[in-house]
Design a protein around this ligand. Sequence first.
Ligand code: IPM
Ligand code: MG
Length: 365
Amino acid sequence: MQSDIAVLPGDGIGPEVTHEATKVLGKVADIFGHKFDFHEGLIGGISIDTTGVALTEETFEMARGCAAILFGATGGPKWDDIGGTMPSNRGLFRIRKELQLFANPRHIKMLPALVNCTPFKSETVEGVDLIILRELIGGLYFAEPRKQWSTAEGRQAVDTMFYTEAEIARVVRVGFELARGRRKRLMSVDKSNVLQTSSLWRKVATEVGKEYPDVELSHMYVDACTMELIRNPRELDVLVMDNTFGDILSDEGSMLCGSLGMAPSASLSGSPGGKVFGLYEPIHGTAPTIAGQDIANPLASILSAALLLRYSLELFDEALAVEAAVNAVLEEGYRTADIAEKGRQLIGTKEMGQRVADALTSSRN
Ligand code: IPM
Ligand code: MG
């Protein structure tokens, strides 16, 4: 099979980790007899430095024309006024919004080799396999008004939390579809005891649930869910929530699988099935303090490439092979610094990527 894949590495550790993911995809193509054509483009701070904008029209059109996008990370102190505007993220936000990538499943899966590498007891995290499905293009992140201004009494600021029932229904539906292919449990997370948007969210989730009698729907307040996520994560299957809650809970959830460096994500324009268009990125950001040192963990990016194979190319065996190769390398004891137990020999970004690519070869021999 021939596929065009846009590669937008971005800033910080983005290029390093994305490079390892394309190395692994290249190996998948060799082994399984596919042809992946990678189209690389600039995004984020490096694009601002080179072209003046975070994403040029050409790069946007190039990415839109591909089957999927592999994205690294954007941003950094050089371009972003923290707490104010984040111009380097505009390229990513434009892709998410204009290509309607509203559904953002973030996979939290404990790989057996890492059961002793988390801050939690092994019996708490063993077997954890859950998805935080984040609504990605609505809510606090996008609605107007959003601004800061000065008054005689001091400075003021506003962000707006706004959702339509259609926006809620479509992402909740993806949650049901995902749960249907798994353990058939969907938890909708909200703050409906306080927020109007959440109250509507809960009503719509309940209504959509009538279309999925085979999936068990439950509801939980987001504050309670932050506890549940670390108290009893093995019981959780798919959790669906708005943009802000999903941003926060997915960072918390990533610790269950050892590190932010282990959690992949997909940003989809619809339910999985039928080669849905998507952008694939590790949950982590640019980590500027460790960029360029060959110490970042590329596994979240490699696991995001596995999601790309599964959701956008419908190459299911290939996706499983990548995940198995990652697990095999970890079973052999290889670790980047973020997931290392005391006394382990550390390997760098490049070596980790190479070892996963090699494990792929041998797993088919
Ligand atoms: C994420 C990130 C981004 C977000 C930031 C970098 C804007 O935290 O994808 O979780 O909040 O969406
Ligand atoms: Mg985040």
